[in-house]
Design a protein around this ligand. Structure first.
Ligand code: NAD
Ligand code: UDP
Length: 335
């Protein structure tokens, strides 16, 4: 297939590009490089022996987008491009609604115009809001109790996709609801290394392990869980990437959702302990106040993807930590 990947130089997109190239698909990337580096393309080439075509285009620039989709006819678009900082979205909601929602509408408009109807969207477990149970199933209602604009953009985009699929029955749309992606390709050549102070757990742990940040604050140890810290469904990004290839088989008329998670929650403290054990070094950490908006427990029921897409995770949290250490050992990541 000829696949267009928006956000393809980003953390998850680059891993999906690798899997697609390794399966023989042709890939072109659109990214404005706001949160990724052009050098990712060289790393992809080192892993796969192939360098995807790259277009430095902003999704807010609809004419530029149209040029890319007019010059090449794509069989499928996978849409990763978006801003993803929860904290920043609270401070700058308009930036998030504009970039994520307008960007997606532009992309869908151009797809409709150029008659490209297969679409896979990077959604998030955040659309479930607070269901009270911790376990998320695709049949649950979405959209209530979402605590930040970033999460709301995911919910709103899903609603837009549902409406579009009704209005134009040519569209085959899949929204993949990711849980907590961690780790990187086992080569250590691509991965996540955000600038500044990270919001997410694993990038923060990595900065502490590198000595760039003093210690990890574990947000809350008085939750109603075995060790008092939150439980999350950490999924290895390579498993997540393979879920996208499986999702191609799930494309059918209308709007369909799948959870991509392991179904097996791990606590924040268990993650820290596992990181210390595998790295053989202590990871400075302390317990701190709960972070506003955090749910105690959130994990996937991954049965639908297993039954319908024949996909399930194969890698463990320990694999993800080992691969993270390989990434950190690369000279360019640990100057
Ligand atoms: P990322 O920031 O590494 O990748 C996103 C890419 O999109 C970046 O390369 C960025 O430069 C690009 N981009 C942003 N706005 C753009 C625009 N207007 N035009 C063109 N390019 C633009 O993030 P990621 O972790 O790889 O996430 C990919 C997708 O998955 C995002 O939509 C994110 O919301 C979603 N998601 C991520 C997680 C997670 O924990 N990483 C969880 C759930 C969902
Ligand atoms: N967390 C933490 N310290 C940090 C970052 C995150 O204790 O510096 C916790 C956070 O409270 C949550 C879990 O790690 O319970 C996962 O948080 P993350 O932001 O990575 O993902 P989320 O589940 O919020 O999408």
């Amino acid at each position: 297939m000829k696949v267009l990947i928006t956000g393809g130089t980003g953390y998850i997109g680059s891993h999906v590009v690798v899997e697609l190239l390794e399966q023989g698909h042709e890939v072109e990337i659109i990214d404005n490089l706001i949160n990724s580096k052009i050098t990712v393309l060289d790393q992809i080439e080192k892993i796969t022996g192939k360098k995807p075509t790259f277009h430095q285009v902003d999704l807010l620039d609809q004419p530029a987008l149209e040029e890319v989709l007019t010059n090449t006819h794509f069989d499928l678009v996978m849409h990763f491009a978006g801003l993803k900082s929860v904290a920043e979205s609270v401070e700058q909601p308009l930036k998030y609604y504009s970039n994520n929602i307008t960007g997606t509408i532009n992309l869908l408009s151009v797809m409709q115009k150029t008659e490209v109807y297969n679409f896979i969207f990077s959604s998030s477990a955040t659309v479930y809001g607070d269901q009270g149970t911790g376990e998320c199933v695709e049949t649950m209602p979405t959209g209530t109790g979402i605590t930040n604009p970033y999460g709301k953009t995911k919910y709103m985009i899903e609603e837009i996709l549902k409406d579009l699929a009704v209005a134009n029955p040519n569209f085959n749309i899949v929204a993949l609801r990711y849980f907590n992606p961690i780790g990187n390709h086992s080569s250590g050549l691509i991965g996540e290394d955000p600038n500044g102070i990270p919001n997410n757990l694993m990038p923060y742990i990595m900065k502490v392990a590198k000595g760039e940040l003093k210690e990890l604050s574990i947000f809350g140890n008085d939750y109603d869980t075995d060790d008092g810290t939150c439980l999350r469904d950490f999924i290895h990004v390579v498993d997540l990437a393979k879920g996208h290839l499986a999702a191609i088989n799930g494309l059918k008329p209308g709007f369909t959702t799948y959870n991509l998670g392991t179904g097996m929650p791990t606590s924040v403290l268990q993650m820290v302990n596992a990181f210390e054990k595998i790295s053989g070094k202590s990871l400075p950490h302390k317990f701190a106040e709960r972070r506003p908006g955090d749910l105690a427990i959130l994990y996937a029921n991954p049965s639908k993807a297993k039954t319908e897409l024949n996909w399930q995770t194969e890698l463990t949290v320990e694999d993800a930590i080992k691969d993270t250490l390989t990434f950190l050992a690369q000279p360019q990541n640990n100057p």
